[in-house]
Design a protein around this ligand. Structure first.
Ligand code: BGC
Length: 853
């Protein structure tokens, strides 16, 4: 352990001069810089000509800071990006995100997430790239490097052990040293070293790495010793929003910036701690130095400040309509088609336009696709290309019938805000707030009826009363529900319909009104107005009122569900059509930040819908619209299955291209698709006595499936595309040194396209250590590469295996150790389809110049 007066030294000729300059600033100014000025902006400082640095969420776009949520280009979700297995495409998407940031005057994008998909039920599964550390690292590194080349910083998150959401601000991720190094820290290390990330976000959870058990925002060992010292990270460590729970421990633990602001545990508290000698000025100055380095990198020094940070004309040469320019549309469309994974195909795909005269387009997600996951990753897209429109454009001569086939939801949808007034008849609902003594805070506000977010809640608020008059517009069935999280009383027309005193810690900042398993509701037959009154505890993040929240949503559906009738209608439509395309999937009730799933079921009666349609039409193509795995019990019983992810704004066009083969859906699964949740190596991440124990060690994802010898529905790396590939020859070439990536062992794989269409192959290379002296995974992904080839064409794909793939973390010496000896190198189409094998003997002195034995 290091004393509090021992900041991290970054060797740099000008450093002492810089530090002297920093020290000459008044302490109060220096400390002020270390907490946000607003939820999304840092403080500026006139004496340094420093404009506020502005941050905003990614990773699928740039939400921006203006409350009215101006549009942002909306990318496919990160797992889709990883499913392309194409770092160059990820880089092009990173460039787009950075240009979107410049357009919105954003300096740092809070992205990407490089946590691993440890369990399929993880709420932010869709926001992560992959279950595999190498695939995650390779995609994230090129995304970050490309974005930062545009002068926009990336904040890589969440450091570390944030693989699940249940009780996420409290649980202790217990991860042994070796597992951390080889699996969960590995992507961060690569993104810092090779991507040169300018900032890293400290996670909500705690981490017990065997050296120290502490919140990630104060984990001195991981943040100071590993990230900053050992890896030489010279960027800013930013707290996750409202994650910081201490003053002295977090300041000495390596955190540089508390977000959001103002308020929180630093500011005056940190000044007091410096004056009391609990935090040294050197520690403060190092943080300031890092923030100024970031400011310099993003151009915030010497730039005029905007009246509202983050709101102004586009910065630089970025066009105002970048989010819908032809170039952006084309890139996103390509990404959707390229990420789509063909899980099964009996030859029905690609569709041949001449043979398709009629299409039945069926399914809840055909009518209302789920194009982005829930939570902080949300961006407001300029438009959504819908499957029906895109297919009509693509096949203008075919008749297309669109049928829902039943709802895919467990709850009714969000209310039409036009139905909501205050009791006095003003448009919107009335929000009254009260302090700890029950005294009203100001006059009640009128808030837009469709809004469930809580930016209207001041810090001193402790209770909220919401009153709304809902005008039911239809006679007959009306279902009215309220979704909320936390302690509450809900009355409909004065009658209590739900009461709860429960305020689980996971409700605070974490949950959302989309997740309301016990959400109160009522059915109404008549069209009289219903007065809804909600009394709710304001959720207070810590004892000092640092962050306050009320969340609720009104939901309404005016027609009684007739699922039997809708399914019957879908079956009839399928029977009458040349081909049935059924789009099933999840929705915002299922996949979001804030909670983990408890099952992998397709919600509602979607499995039944697929089976019934497939019985009616043998040419049934199922499209799965989900970010994380869902069980597909009919997977091998239908003609074709595509995995379409959470595809973003170009959803429909990308899908039409994939269905018709205009762009080959060349995606490969970046995670394992289980047949049953119970088969998964880690079926849940519910803390036990507050601990999430990463007991499976380095055997995360497909490595765990291999170790347990279990058979998934489709393995990691699987994807058929539209052609077939012969894997002919695997040739070990030798070591080379890359300026950015270091020492790499190169192999070449000869493949040939044996099908009838031009296609894109992904060559996957895995290593195995037959002696297994180091107790390694059965096989681990060591490299991959891609090539396009025409029918009959053979090509050679070079795959670079990083030196690290031959190393293990040695717990005795706390260092990486190159493991010499015999390795099996496997190459093939997926983690379980590896026709080629070579044996290489790695000498002790492996590296460029070393000959193979
Ligand atoms: C999330 C972060 C996000 C931050 C700001 C947090 O709840 O965990 O990923 O960047 O909010 O929105």
């Amino acid at each position: 352990m290091h004393a509090a007066t021992d900041p991290v030294a970054i060797d740099d000729a000008d450093r002492s001069q810089r530090l002297t300059g920093i020290r000459s600033l008044p302490l109060v100014d220096r400390v002020r810089l270390l907490t946000g000025a607003t939820p999304w902006a840092l403080h500026g400082l006139d004496s340094l000509d420093l404009a506020p640095v502005v941050v905003s969420d990614g990773p699928i776009g740039v939400r921006g800071v203006d409350e009215e949520l101006t549009p942002s280009a909306q990318l496919p979700s990160p797992s889709a990006v990883a499913a392309t297995w194409n770092p160059a495409l990820a880089a092009r998407l990173g460039t787009l995100v950075a240009r979107e940031a410049r357009r919105k005057n954003i300096d740092v994008v809070l992205a990407p997430v490089v946590n691993l998909q440890r369990t399929p039920v993880g709420g932010r599964h869709f926001e992560c790239f992959s279950e595999d550390p190498l695939l995650t690292a390779r995609i994230a590194t090129d995304y970050v490097a490309a974005a930062q080349a545009e002068g926009v910083g990336m904040c890589v998150k969440h450091f570390v052990g944030n693989e699940s959401e249940t009780d996420r601000t409290n649980y202790v991720a217990r991860i042994d040293e070796r597992t951390l190094r080889e699996a969960y820290l590995a992507p961060f290390e690569t993104v810092v070293h090779e991507g040169g990330a300018w900032s890293v976000m400290a996670a909500y959870n705690r981490v017990d790495d065997g050296v120290e058990s502490a919140p990630a925002t104060e984990h001195r060992h991981l943040v100071v010793d590993v990230l900053k010292r050992e890896w030489g990270f010279d960027g800013v460590v930013i707290s996750d929003w409202l994650a910081t729970g201490s003053t002295v421990e977090s300041a000495n633990g390596g955190l540089d910036l508390v977000m959001p602001g103002p308020g929180g545990p630093w500011e005056q508290h940190l000044l007091d701690a410096v004056e009391a000698g609990e935090v040294s000025e050197d520690v403060i100055d190092e943080k300031v130095e890092r923030i100024l380095t970031l400011a310099r990198r993003v151009g915030a020094i010497g730039r005029p400040s905007l009246p509202v940070p983050g709101v102004g004309d586009p910065r630089g040469d970025v066009p105002a309509g970048l989010y819908e320019s032809a170039e952006t549309r084309a890139l996103l469309r390509e990404a959707v088609a390229r990420s789509t994974v063909v899980l099964r195909n009996d030859g029905t795909l690609p569709l041949k336009p001449a043979a398709v005269h009629s299409i039945a387009l069926i399914g809840p997600n055909a009518v209302e696709p789920f194009i982005q996951g829930g939570g902080s990753a949300f961006v407001h897209a300029p438009y959504a290309s819908l499957p029906a429109e895109a297919l009509r454009d693509a096949l203008p001569d075919a008749a297309l019938t669109l049928v829902r086939g039943g709802s895919g939801r467990r709850h009714v949808p969000r209310i039409d805000s036009g139905m909501v007034t205050t009791p006095d008849g003003a448009a919107g609902y009335e929000l009254a707030l009260f302090d700890v003594n029950g005294a009203p805070i100001g006059a009640p506000a009128v808030v837009d009826g469709g809004e469930d977010w809580n930016r209207h809640v001041p810090l001193e608020a402790r209770r909220a009363r919401i009153r709304a008059r809902v005008r039911l517009t239809e006679t007959g069935h009306n279902r009215l529900e309220v979704g909320l999280s936390g302690a509450h009383t809900v009355r409909f027309d004065g009658e209590v319909v739900s009461e709860s005193s429960r305020i689980a810690s996971s409700d605070v900042i974490l949950d959302s009104s989309a997740n309301h398993p016990e959400g109160p509701g009522r059915d109404y037959e008549v069209r009289e107005p219903v007065v809804v009154e909600i009394d709710a505890d304001v959720q207070v993040v810590d004892a000092e009122g640092y962050g306050t929240f009320v969340r609720f949503a009104l939901r309404h559906e005016a027609t009684a569900l007739d699922t039997d009738g809708e399914i019957a209608e879908a079956v009839e439509a399928a029977r009458a059509a040349d081909v049935a395309i059924v789009i099933v999937g999840t929705n915002e009730e299922t996949e979001s930040e804030g909670w983990d799933r408890t099952d992998l079921d397709l919600p509602a009666r979607q499995n039944e819908l697929v089976r019934r349609v497939a019985e009616a039409n043998p040419r049934t193509v199922v499209v799965v619209n989900a970010g994380g795995p869902v069980e597909l019990p009919w997977l091998d019983d239908v003609a074709a299955v595509l995995w379409w992810w959470l595809p973003g704004q170009e959803a429909g066009n990308g899908l039409a291209d994939a269905l018709l083969g205009r762009t080959e859906p060349s995606g490969r699964l970046p995670w394992t698709l289980p047949a049953h949740l119970a088969d998964c190596p880690v079926p849940d991440a519910v803390p036990v006595n507050g601990i999430v124990d990463y007991a499976e060690g380095v055997h995360v994802g497909h490595r765990g499936w291999d170790r347990l010898g279990r058979t998934p529905a489709r393995e990691f790396g699987f994807g058929l595309g539209y052609t077939t590939w012969d894997f002919r020859e695997l040739t070990p070439v030798g070591w080379q040194r890359d300026a950015r990536r270091g020492d790499e062992f190169v192999v070449e794989v000869e493949i040939a396209n044996t099908g009838e269409r031009t296609g894109r192959a992904t060559v996957q290379v895995y290593l195995a250590d037959p002696a297994d002296a180091a107790h390694r995974p059965v096989r681990w992904l060591a490299g991959f590469g891609q090539a396009d080839a025409a029918p009959g064409q053979a090509t050679r794909v070079r795959v670079r295996i990083p030196r690290r793939s031959f190393e293990t973390w040695d717990v005795a010496s706390h260092s990486w150790k190159f493991v010499s000896g015999t390795y099996r190198v496997h190459a093939g189409r997926s983690s379980r389809d590896l026709p080629l094998e070579a044996i290489v003997d790695m000498a002790e002195a492996a590296g460029p110049g070393a000959s193979l034995k």
